[in-house]
Ligand binder design. Structure first.
Ligand code: CA
Length: 251
């Protein structure tokens, strides 16, 4: 099998959302690596850990490569900066560099290592997951650029396939009722915009539907519950609802 270095065009295609994100963690400290593994795996990531720079470079370049790299700069065998450069020289995989000291930030930024983001220890699991998703979102091709994915609505880690009626959140499949699915599609296809109750009822139910508007709320509540975070659908008082990636949501 030919070795492909990191995110080639086909690896970065729409399929990557359908499986766990492969995260390469290059970290020599066992306690830190162990403490990060749980939250990262809970967020749907497959964690492959390398405990030194040489192994990290090898893992980054092996097979189809990771989807994202979390790189500690303080490694026993090599300078983390060189590890970052070595990976970047052969791969466009998103790299998040981790430094132990905040005063290293300026140096990291000045070196133009090709890293995608920087974090200072200690790492908060929630912020880390959000940063990982953010760099992956930025590095992923826009679905509108790819005719093959025109049946897909992608909002953050959420992928809705309107052709197959399948929904994946961070690689895990979710199940919705037909009405919930229609409502989810209607809300998400213009993420960030407000959908009014009137529009929702007209598009998802029927223009002549005179049932209780509580039905909309009940379906919104059902979708929120399945997405696991109420912030996906923001209630706009007196108007309707706004669909939004919780990682981008305010407050
Ligand atoms: Ca270290």
């Amino acid at each position: 099998m030919l070795t492909s270095f990191g995110r080639t065009a086909d690896v970065a295609g729409p399929e990557w959302n359908d499986r766990g994100v492969r995260l390469l963690l290059i970290e020599d400290d066992d306690a830190i690596a162990d403490s990060l593994r749980g939250p990262l795996e809970a967020a749907g990531m497959d964690v492959d850990r390398a405990s030194n720079g040489a192994d990290g470079i090898e893992s980054a370049n092996r097979g189809v490569g990771p989807d994202v790299v979390l790189l500690d700069l303080g490694l026993p065998d090599m300078d983390g900066y060189d590890v970052c450069r070595a990976i970047r020289s052969v791969s466009q995989v998103p790299i998040i560099v981790v430094t132990a000291r905040s005063d290293e930030f300026d140096r990291v930024l000045g070196l133009e290592l090709g890293a995608d983001d920087y974090m200072v220890k200690p790492l908060g699991a929630r912020e880390l997951v959000a940063r990982i998703r953010a760099v992956m979102r930025r590095s992923a091709p826009s679905p509108r650029d790819d005719a093959a994915s025109s049946d897909q609505i992608v909002v953050g880690g959420l992928v809705i396939d309107t052709r197959t009626h399948r929904v994946h959140l961070h690689g895990s499949e979710l199940s919705f009722t037909p009405k919930e699915f229609e409502l989810l599609v209607y809300l998400s296809e213009d993420a960030g915009a407000v959908r009014t109750r009137t529009d929702i009822i007209e598009h998802v139910w029927d223009a002549n539907w005179f049932g209780p508007t509580k039905t909309v709320d009940a379906h919104v509540a059902g979708i929120r519950k399945k997405l696991g975070d109420a912030r996906w659908i923001e209630s706009v008082r007196g108007v309707g609802f706004r669909f939004e990636d919780p990682a981008e949501a305010h407050g």
